[in-house]
Design a protein around this ligand. Structure first.
Ligand SMILES: Cc1ncc(C[n+]2csc(CCOP(=O)(O)OP(=O)(O)O)c2C)c(N)n1
Ligand SMILES: [Mg+2]
Length: 694
């Protein structure tokens, strides 16, 4: 029993050409109307997108989130009109963030008329979460192809975990279209290398080899042998010499589907701005409207009514309905029947799939999470995290992840029996090995998350910079990805300033929608994970210590459950309203507690606020925020071993910032703490200075 045995439609050459030219002319007209955009590549790749969608892909326009659909990624996102045209012509339906069908088209002709305008469902670049049918946000070149590797790993993992003999519940493929820009970006190389290593034969990249980028012909910058590069990565490399030859395109895609053990790379030679008498093969076709006169000339070449705008000729919608529409609906119907039987035979597994698809957690997901006893010597954030990850991965079947070659340092390796390592011949393993490829790792984690797996990626916090573009996209896409960053400050002292993050917290806190968490002790680590796991639409980063942090005595101080409010009063003075507030995160919280005890000893009413997450705190009511940081208490000391940038918002005036203003240095941690002012006496001195008590 397989979900794939679906008859092909008969091919009508005229209807095919008419459909291709509809995609071309819609793209030209939309860019012209918007007075901005990228017409040339949609004109060139219309035959590819037509063939892929109408002849090959298994996609049901009635249900663009059907779990076993083939995935389409437009990595050269500037060619977005390809996607808006095809989503419109296939009459793909809209769904909302709760995965409900809205009974309306995803992209209307009116949206296309309003290409790139506010609220149009045809924005400048493909945006997941804004337009149904977009599988991932693209635009930053290279991200789409890198993310597609995560989608391919996810499909392999899902198939390995859920398919049973006679029940191919997951057997979809991933297609990604890319251009010269994607091929030049390092992230694509990182991802392609890993895809080759993993032998992802469900993955097909189609490279638009038009030899044009913005500055002109690629002979000014890009003269390597791309095909040879992919051969060296271990890919199956095919070539189609004419982007207008839809039979050869179909044939290459057919070869892809029959190729086992390797991903496929199709080099497609194309002419940007195809058909434009004066602009074909020029860089100006890349990113400028053709102009009214050139559009008329081009339409004449296509045999198109010269003055018609946004024309969808009779029969074109019907042609797509007869192609992808019918094939997708039938494949979906067969799959649903199969899944019904599967549910009868394997109710537990079916249940998991349904939970996962809605981004819900299984019952008992947080059972056995550790509670750490008070311990002045304590435990490192990364070690506490390792214990939690190992429990979560056992409680949540579809929770998995790995590190960029730092598993033993990040403590992210899943060590329980049966966790397994994800490799080509063991695609169901839960330990991913990303190699030293942080950027691709983050994009791949996005791809896993887009495939509804709960995934984490890990490295040293300092190298979050290498992953940042993909972290930004996970926030933009509203994905619940998890990034585990250890060695979050100067804890690896002797490694020196190249390994000591300073501005990283500030820069990640600046990404809208991203939740950053820097827990103070082992129990805050547990609570941070408890919070993160319940997120459905926000990514989170964890900044964890390398060195042991004292496990605070929660009978004396407030419960770590305060993490769920972002900041909480950890320690207070017995005598009512505090005179001074010490605000700290992560490793500096126990330092603040020591300073607090000294201040109390000197009769100064101090309060310690642990603030693991600015973002969560700022989601709380004003009343709660004011109860933690009473506006009347102006004497405040912020203590964080990171850039002071932004801390004014909590320390206020005349508050003191006990933070970093320079890079760190290479020395044992204790010496660095002294040099940079992270000792209790220095915090006490700052507090007393504020109170005029020196
Ligand atoms: C990371 C990144 N850098 C730069 C850009 C700006 N940009 C958009 S398209 C483009 C040229 C892309 O050339 P190619 O991929 O060959 O696309 P074509 O013009 O052939 O469609 C550039 C530099 C971008 N979108 N992303
Ligand atoms: Mg190009």
């Amino acid at each position: 029993m397989s979900a794939t045995t679906v008859a092909k439609p008969t091919i009508d050459a005229n209807a095919a050409q008419l459909s291709i030219n509809t995609i071309r002319t819609l793209s030209m007209d939309a860019v012209q109307q918007a007075k901005s955009g990228h017409p040339g590549t949609p004109m060139a790749l219309a035959p590819l997108v037509y063939t892929l969608w109408n002849r090959v892909m298994r996609f049901d326009p009635q249900d663009p989130i059907w779990p076993n659909r083939d995935r389409f990624v437009l990595s050269n996102g500037h060619a977005s009109m390809l996607l808006w045209s095809i989503l419109h012509l296939t009459q793909t339906q809209a769904v909302n963030a709760d995965y409900e069908k809205l009974g309306q088209p995803s992209v209307t002709l009116d949206d296309i008329r309003r290409f790139r305008q506010l609220d149009s469902k045809a924005p400048g670049h493909p945006e997941y979460h804004w337009v149904s049918g977009v599988e991932t946000t693209t635009g930053p070149l290279g991200q789409g192809v890198a993310t597609s590797v995560g989608m391919a790993i996810a499909q392999k993992w899902l198939a390995s975990h859920y398919n049973r003999p006679g029940f191919e519940i997951f057997d979809y493929n991933i297609y990604a279209v890319c251009g010269d820009g994607c091929m030049m970006e390092g992230v694509a190389s990182e991802a392609a290398s890993l895809a080759g290593h993993l032998g992802l034969d469900n993955l097909c990249w189609i490279y638009d080899n038009n030899r044009i980028t913005i500055e002109g012909n690629t002979n000014i910058t890009f003269t390597e042998d791309v095909a040879a590069r992919f051969l060296a990565y271990g890919w199956n490399v095919l070539s189609v010499g004419d982007a207008n030859d839809i039979d050869r395109i179909e044939h290459a895609l057919d070869v892809f589907r029959k190729t086992k053990g390797r991903p496929t790379f199709i080099v497609l030679d194309s002419h940007i701005g195809y058909g434009s008498p004066n602009k074909q093969d020029t860089a100006s076709a890349h990113g400028e409207p053709l102009g009214d006169e050139e559009i008329r000339l081009t339409k004449r070449r296509y045999g198109w009514p010269e003055d018609a705008k946004f024309l969808v000729p009779d029969g074109v919608y019907e042609h797509f309905t007869a192609g992808v529409g019918t094939r997708g609906a039938e494949a979906h119907r067969q799959w649903s029947e199969l899944f019904n039987q599967y549910r009868t035979n394997f109710p537990g597994l079916a249940n998991e799939i349904e939970f996962m698809q809605r981004r819900e957690l299984p019952a008992g997901w947080d059972r056995n999470l550790p509670v750490f006893p008070a311990d002045p010597k304590g435990i490192a954030g990364r070690d506490a995290s390792g214990k939690v990850l190992n429990i979560l991965a056992q409680n949540i079947p579809w929770f998995l992840g790995g590190s960029a070659d730092l598993g033993p340092s990040n403590k992210t390796t899943l060590t329980y029996e049966g966790a397994g390592s994800l490799q080509a011949d063991t695609p169901g393993g839960k330990n991913l090995h990303f190699g030293i490829r942080e950027h691709a790792m983050a994009a791949i984690v996005n791809g896993l998350s887009l495939s509804k797996l709960r995934a984490f990626g890990a490295t040293f916090f300092i190298f979050s910079d290498y992953a940042r573009p993909a972290i930004r996209l996970s926030a933009l896409m509203e994905l619940p990805t998890i990034f585990v960053f250890t060695h979050e400050a100067m804890g690896d002292g002797e490694d020196g300033p190249t390994h000591q993050p300073v501005e990283h917290l500030a820069s990640l806190r600046a990404i809208p929608g991203l939740i950053t968490l820097r827990p103070a002790d082992a129990n805050e680590v547990v609570e941070a994970y408890r919070y993160i796991l319940q997120l459905r639409h926000e990514p989170a980063i964890l900044a964890l210590s390398r060195q042991p942090l004292p496990t605070l005595d929660r009978t004396k101080y407030a419960s770590a459950s305060g993490v769920a409010r972002g900041a909480y009063v950890l320690a207070d003075s017995p005598g009512g309203v505090p005179e001074v507030i010490l605000i700290a995160s992560g490793s500096e919280v126990s330092l603040a507690v020591q300073a607090h005890e000294k201040l109390l000893g000197e009769g100064i009413r101090s309060r310690v606020v642990s603030i693991p997450s600015w973002e969560i705190f700022e989601h709380q009511s004003q009343e709660y925020q004011d109860s933690v940081l009473p506006p009347a208490v102006k004497a405040r000391v912020a203590v964080e071993q990171a850039s002071s940038f932004g801390w004014e918002r909590y320390a206020g005036k005349p508050g003191r910032l006990n933070c970093m203003k320079t890079f760190g240095a290479s020395a044992p941690l204790k010496e660095l703490q002294r040099k940079f002012g992270f000792e209790p006496d220095q915090v006490v001195a700052a507090a007393k200075a504020l109170l005029g008590r020196n």
